[in-house]
Design a protein around this ligand. Structure first.
Ligand code: ADP
Ligand code: MG
Length: 288
């Protein structure tokens, strides 16, 4: 990905429009703006007067001036593409890996998560399994990794196991099964959140299996679950499907086991403690 080398310049205002000294120069300037607009280089077209002014003031070479102008367009294009990828990704929260508190979750392997944040695992279609009880940061890490992937330019999509199952079910009824399977095969990274919170009906388990099978060895899945893999037969209602799915998911995979108290409850306890200290000076938690 190209990184523009110049810093953004001020947006041009009426006062920064260069005053052409001759009618021929004015015509040339208008033609240049017209070319930029025709090529849909709108950021460059808008920045043109300011870039030309600055070039004149700093006596920049033609090459340096063109580089500045086009770097602005490249920067704007990349920002637009990133916004598009993030919109498509449908991340449910604004969580980032940088906000993840490793002291609160000692089971989380910081070195491994930092390595995953580089997105290299996507090149080898490696899967990531996040396993742990509710509130231990599985969705937070999945969202953070998905954000990194989108930022690195990868097509990324976030869904929950229940949503995926519901969409496949509707697709089957409405005759869009093949289209929906292609949709879930498309992204370089597919996050499937919350497997195991609800038992899946047989047809949902089979849809999930097909999504996993068609991505196998080609593209990555991050899957979060509150159940150990031994319980997957129960979640999927079929031990053969569960075994076949696990086989494909685990074949090339990284497993992160999280444990400990729910972070949600930690925050709740901390708030309750603060409140209690403020009102009674006592920090003991209730016996519930
Ligand atoms: P899970 O998916 O495992 O049930 P979540 O990732 O949804 O848990 O975490 C619950 C809440 O606690 C979220 O708001 C999340 O951002 C926050 N959280 C959990 N673990 C951590 C952590 N180690 N550092 C910072 N925030 C955390
Ligand atoms: Mg979750």
């Amino acid at each position: 990905m190209t990184t523009p080398t110049t810093s953004p310049i001020d947006t041009p205002t009426a006062s920064t429009v260069p005053t052409p000294s001759t009618p021929a120069q004015a015509r040339l300037y208008q033609q240049l703006r017209g070319h930029l607009a025709a090529l849909k280089l709108h950021t460059a077209a808008e920045a043109l007067p300011a870039v030309l002014d600055r070039a004149a003031a700093e006596k920049l070479s033609l090459t340096a001036t063109l580089e500045r102008l086009l770097a602005l367009e490249v920067e704007a294009t990349e920002a637009r593409r990133l916004a598009g990828r993030l919109r498509f990704a449908s991340l449910p929260t604004p969580a980032t890996l940088e906000e993840f508190d490793y002291d609160a979750q000692p089971a989380a392997d910081r070195v491994l998560i930092t390595e995953l944040a580089t997105c290299h695992y996507l090149e080898s279609a490696t899967n990531v399994l996040l396993i742990g009880p509710p509130g231990t940061g599985k969705t937070h890490l999945a969202v953070g990794l998905a954000r990194k992937a989108a930022e690195a330019g990868y097509r990324t999509y976030f869904t929950s196991a229940a949503d995926l199952a519901a969409r496949c079910h509707r697709a089957a009824i409405e005759g869009r099964w093949a289209y929906t399977m292609r949709f879930f095969a498309g992204p370089t990274l597919l996050v499937i959140d919350e497997l195991g919170y609800l038992p899946l009906p047989a047809e949902a388990a089979s849809a999930l299996f097909q999504v996993v099978a068609q991505r196998y060895t080609k593209t990555s899945i991050i899957l979060t679950t509150n159940r150990g893999v031994a319980a997957w037969g129960e979640i999927l209602g079929d031990t053969t499907v569960a075994a076949a799915m696990l086989d494909r998911l685990l074949h090339r995979s990284v497993v992160l086991n999280l444990d400990g108290d729910s972070y949600r409850l930690r925050e709740h306890h901390a708030r309750t403690d603060t409140l209690r200290r403020a009102t009674t000076g006592n920090t003991r938690r209730p016996l519930s």
